[in-house]
Design a protein around this ligand. Sequence first.
Ligand code: PLP
Length: 363
Amino acid sequence: TFNFCAGPAMLPTAVMQQAQQEFINWQQQGCSVMEISHRSKPFIKVAAEAEQDLRDLLQIPDNYKVLFMHGGGRGQFSAVPLNLFQAAANATKSSADYIVSGAWSKAAVEEGHKYGKLNVQDIRHTTDAGLRTITDPSQWQLNSNAAFVHCCPNETVDGVEFTGLPQTDVPIVADLSSTILSRPIDVSRYGVIYAGAQKNIGPSGLTLAIVREDLLPAANAAIPAVLDYRLAADNDSMFNTPPTFAWYLAGLVFKWLKQQGGITEMATRNQEKASLLYDYIDKSDFYSNDVVKAYRSWMNVPFFLGDERLNDMFVEQAQQHGLLALKGHRMVGGMRASIYNAMPLEGVQTLVSFMQEFERVNG
Ligand code: PLP
């Protein structure tokens, strides 16, 4: 089977097999990795190696902390304003710019409002031809006195992705939950990068935050301890018990990524997978995607059938062919194929063949 689910969680088959093999008796410890203390030497080694491998993959500069946290993407919707407004308090910067490019950046706004003044800019538009598009980052209207600017470069629900960033001295905070590790990025352009693990990293329950050191809040700031970046940094992400099994699995994924040739190789594969699917959709008179080409997501591909009454049949027959979870998000409708790092090219080829056959019979 090939699983096109948007999350959680997409792990490479090789990683699943390794985890299965060593599940009960990990490294001859006589128990599972999830049963050993997070403060034991063997686990600290796992944790440190995972961090180093991630640093190598993303080429994270030394002045960034890598935090392995709880709480998912939504936890970070709170953590970001709580930490960054505190960090900026001395500079009397008490507002932030929030860019809305889809459902998740909108959800971040709803949470962020609780903690400070937000200047919200909705960059979504529809072209004359009825296609969905966004204002390019180079054209965003930003407030030079903001504490930070928040954005979501890949919108998992909407299938909209941008890769450029605005030119600004204000720290850029990016929710990379559904695009991290899918293509190279320049970490030094960001103040904070965060990502729920459950798409390109590992199982849900683990959340990554990569934080530039000068943005850590003051010690003893009024922030819930589990969301406090400084506390996490000062305690090597072990202030409270971390999601150890998820951390271990993330570590295996990072090693797998390195073996595959790193993120540059992933980018080549992801572009090939996405092009194959979009090219077929564009050529077909039966299927359509309504996002302008420049902002189409490499990770989440929404598409529609010419006749919506065939939707249920499409999903059902796809499942019978081993193509799982293609039903679109309830806010967008139609279909959605999520093609994260763990999805092999063969999965997308199989999907396209199925779509061709479905079109031949029902088109
Ligand atoms: N941000 C993005 C881009 C997402 O795709 C998701 C979930 O899919 C979230 C945030 C929310 O993550 P969580 O469910 O871990 O809170």
